[in-house]
Design a binder for this molecule. Structure first.
Ligand SMILES: Nc1ncnc2c1ncn2[C@@H]1O[C@H](COP(=O)(O)OP(=O)(O)O)[C@@H](O)[C@H]1O
Ligand SMILES: [Mg+2]
Length: 263
């Protein structure tokens, strides 16, 4: 199963990505949690320590590796580089393992407009394509809304994309924009999940606004989650309610993917 998560900033993409990954890890599934957000913080939410997280170098910043694989130093202007660099050894070489979850921080895609021909972008896109198309582990991808890391081929290989919303009109409006973008790049099975839901009125608001879309679950607003994140701990370890909501969400995701019409 390959799942990507997106949504407005602050809605809980990282919290839910981490919880889904830990849930699957605990069940003994082989799972890669991939942080592709330039403002990376999945490591802490998974439960890695502050010291471990501080030592992580995202793949996008491994200058020597990028030069070795693409033939060009990052930032070199006008140089030809390999658009299809070798990446098959990178997941195992750079992953961190924590509580049954394999974790990889890939880093940001560079703006091509910055005069950069971006060999690092070629490496990152190829790495994601490799993880999604050629490896059989489950992938949980925590990313920005823009899908810059995904080629069309990678996008089409995901089983589902989850758009996270909170009970706010802003997050709904952003979610619909993301959905349109997802359709455009060929992501199929775009489902929604609610987060920071406090009561039935919140749940009804989300259901009403997303009427006609598939909602595969929701996570309640929880002081335990908030406290865990404040202390740099994995919410999954502190909130039993989160664990049960994420379990239900996973079952609903699997069912929705199975129910989806074949391409
Ligand atoms: N279910 C929740 N209950 C309470 N606080 C939450 C919950 N989900 C997320 N948060 C809070 O919201 C903040 C943003 O969550 P995060 O997962 O980092 O969002 P995103 O990755 O979408 O930017 C976190 O710092 C956390 O404190
Ligand atoms: Mg995040």
């Amino acid at each position: 199963m390959k799942i990507a998560l997106a949504g407005k900033g602050g809605v809980g993409k990282t919290t839910i990505s981490a919880a889904l990954s830990r849930y699957l890890g605990e069940r003994g599934e082989r799972v890669f949690a991939i942080d592709a957000d330039p403002n990376a913080n999945l490591a802490l939410s998974l439960g890695l320590s502050r010291e471990q997280a501080a030592q992580i170098v995202p793949i996008s910043e491994m200058r020597e590796l990028i030069a070795e694989r693409t033939g060009v130093e990052p930032g070199a202007v006008g140089a030809y580089f390999t658009v299809n660099p070798r990446v098959d050894d990178l997941p195992d070489r750079f992953k961190l393992e924590h509580e049954g979850v394999m974790f990889l921080q890939v880093g940001a895609i560079k703006e091509p407009s910055a005069g950069c021909y971006c060999p690092e972008n070629a490496l990152l896109k190829n790495l994601l394509m490799h993880l999604v198309l050629l490896r059989d582990e489950t992938v949980i991808l925590d990313m920005e809304a823009g899908f810059e890391h995904l080629t069309r081929g990678t996008a089409q290989a995901f089983d589902a994309m989850l758009i996270v919303v909170e009970p706010s009109l802003q997050s709904i409006v952003t979610a619909k924009r993301i959905h349109a973008l997802a359709d455009k790049i060929g992501l199929r099975n775009v489902f929604y999940v609610g987060n920071m839901v406090r009561d039935d009125a919140d749940r009804e608001f989300i259901a009403r606004e997303l009427d006609g879309s598939t909602i595969v679950g929701s996570v309640s607003y929880s002081e335990e989650v908030r406290m865990a994140l404040r202390q740099g701990q994995a919410p999954f370890e502190l909130s039993a309610r989160l664990v049960s909501e994420i379990g239900e969400m996973w079952d609903a995701i699997v069912a929705a993917v199975e129910d989806a019409p074949a391409e």
